[in-house]
Design a protein around this ligand. Sequence first.
Ligand code: SAM
Length: 342
Amino acid sequence: MRAYRLCPAKAKRLGADEFLRANIFSLRSTCDGPEFTFCEALRVSANAAQVAASFEGPPDPDLVRIRDLVYEEAGIFHPDSKLRLLWERCGRRMQELKTETVREYFECLTVKPNRQAELVALLNEITIAETCFFRNQPQLNAVRDVVIPKIIEAKAKLPIRRIRIWSAGCSTGEEPYTLSMLLLEESERRLRDWSFEILATDLNERSLAHAKKGLYGSYSTRNLSAYYREKYFLPEGEQLQVQSVVRKNVKFSRLNLSDDARMTFMKSVDIIFCCNVLIYFDLASKRRVIQHFYNKLLPHGYLLLGSSESLYRVTEDFRLVHLPGATAYVKGERSQAGKKVS
Ligand SMILES: C[S@@+](CC[C@H](N)C(=O)[O-])C[C@H]1O[C@@H](n2cnc3c(N)ncnc32)[C@H](O)[C@@H]1O
């Protein structure tokens, strides 16, 4: 049988409609994936046809139920336009569990004995782990040059000289390790005699396991300067291992930002980084998370979001401050003057 080069990931990315319109033969030259037989290509095409059919007309009610479940559990909302993405992620789990229909899979998530574990496994598929070291250099410069001096000033008279940072939605660890390196550098300057602690939390167990290993490839380390690479990493094969001096300041744990009970037990912190996480939340779940951040942030604290994120129309409890090259949020006067925060 003649073989065609057809990459399944590419077929998925194309989406069903586009895939069906596309000529299988013409895909041959554009993909660098493993060799697929013509039969396999036809099977992918038939699956794609099924998917296309299921996304015409009203959405599958069982998929909508799964969407609601994910939303209630983790605050992550898939609008109708993103249902196909959710379907694909469920598809990976369905393949693993060998379940045939979305209804059957919904039952795995709701009535089967290991439903809680299955929900965790689905959330591992759904959450997007995109990150890298030194992802937002202007923001880090602003933290080093403005935020940290302000915190030192606010805490100067306290008997314990400690800075605590929370990296909420830390993914595979690049963000908290970057912060650890930044503070280690400052320990040789402004933060001499200070200790620091970075609480790094995420929903995704797989990302956290990766983070704890501290081993990274070229994609994650693409923004790393030679200075940091040599000072804080050790080569391990093709990868780089974060040194223990950086790792020892970071404590990883699984935390769902939508879990109100667990959020209540978080420690108070000086700085919260919650970058590129709340973009997946709808307004109501964003508001709940931001309320927890408000409660956990010390009065002089700073909240930092991703460069494309803002709290506009989310809350008036925080006030936007402009830093050189970045923005941050501090607790607003209105809130500090005694507005009830539940
Ligand atoms: C795009 S990554 C951002 C990583 C890092 N903060 C950065 O900016 O590079 C988003 C992270 O948010 C996490 N996340 C999504 N929903 C969450 C939730 N409900 N609770 C905790 N973490 C969540 C995902 O698992 C993922 O690791």
